[in-house]
Write a protein that binds this ligand. Sequence first.
Ligand code: GDP
Ligand code: MG
Length: 446
Amino acid sequence: VTKGFRAAKNRLAGKSELTPELVDESLRDIRVSLLEADVAFDVVKKFVARVREKAVGELVQTTITDASGQKRKVSPMDHFIKICHDELEALMGPVDTGLNLKPKGQLSGIMMVGLQGSGKTTTTGKLANRLLQQGRKPLLVAADIYRPAAVDQLKVLGERLKVPVYHEPGVQPPELAKRGYAAAREQKCDVVLIDTAGRLAIDEALMSELESIKSNVHPDNILLVCDAMIGQDAVRTAAEFDRRLTLDGFILTKLDGDARGGAALSIKEVTGKPIKFLGMGESMDKLEEFRPEGLAGRILGFGDIVGLMKDFEKVVDEKKAEEDARKLLSGQFSMKDFVEQIRMVRKMGPLKDLLEKFPLFGEMTEHLNPDEKELTKIESMYDSMTVKERLRPDLINASRVNRIAKGSGRKPEDVRELLQKFGMMQQVMGTIGQNPGLLGRIPGFK
Ligand code: GDP
Ligand code: MG
């Protein structure tokens, strides 16, 4: 998927000067990469023009200021990547992840709209969960009356979250919304979340129903829920919803999948409305506030390093995470670190989640395919190594390979394979580590 971007990086690697020709060639690669990531054509054009202007205009600049405010020398490749990254961020900004909510105790409303299957109902639950954590008292209104299962789905979520769900069979959605507000007042709730119906494609009946709901209750927020997987179609959908309902922002869902999220860029550019949240999974806690730096990295295809580090921080303390990151990215980590990382990563949940955030791993996932069975195997061999071997795997010669194999009940080939994978991991990490543009984005990394 990231061929285009990788091609640009290869083109720029080792070059000492960013000539206009080199910029143009690299931008052709990036263009392909962005189109593959579902960024709309017009947006790509605009992006490319901006990057060209900056990259060619700043030929002499050889230092950048990183996240910690330090100046550092950069190669033309870093420079080019940084310009791309910053321009993407600029296209997605300014960041505005806030909701229009009245002070606690006063009733506010959020209306969720979007196509069928985009994740409205799920996201309604996730938002309620988030509001609960902020000390609000949400009430959900089930206003998708066309699919009986839709009401039940919301009720199940409400039960799980211990949040009241309002619905009355036989009542039309605009009236349901109105009564939902009344129910919220009665039950001393302070946020109403209206889960509306969707269609497979935009149609007039749906749009006018949504308009009636809007004019009946005047929700403080109208949020469009968009599936990141639908790619370019998202743009047309978003434009039409915005034209009819005047959106306050949108939420991009299913970013835990393969979608690179270019749709977010397109929607932002076309509607001018901010991206509020990203849906990162089916469960109620998988809603993240939008951060442009993470998404820009993902769209460009070099992985969300900040996000990766945040995941690390959840299982280890911050200082340890920083140390680990430093070690990992310097390529100077031992077999011991390697296995410890794998163990830690297992605590975080499926490795897949993590690897997806890190497309550079993509190339090696087929080699390093750490499913449960594989991990058990790795650990057994690791357990059979001496402390010295764990720290200096380069010392492991043929007779040591045989001893480790025997000790762990594995074949010598298995041990050699592990050593090879480890070597590859070391190499990949070292490559990432050599890119100061990326390192500067990790908080506290010097
Ligand atoms: P609605 O028709 O717009 O209400 O969509 P639903 O909320 O029913 O979601 C449709 C499907 O997408 C369900 O299977 C959800 O579990 C799934 N879904 C919603 N959000 C996400 C997400 O962020 N990630 C993933 N992987 N699945 C999601
Ligand atoms: Mg639904």
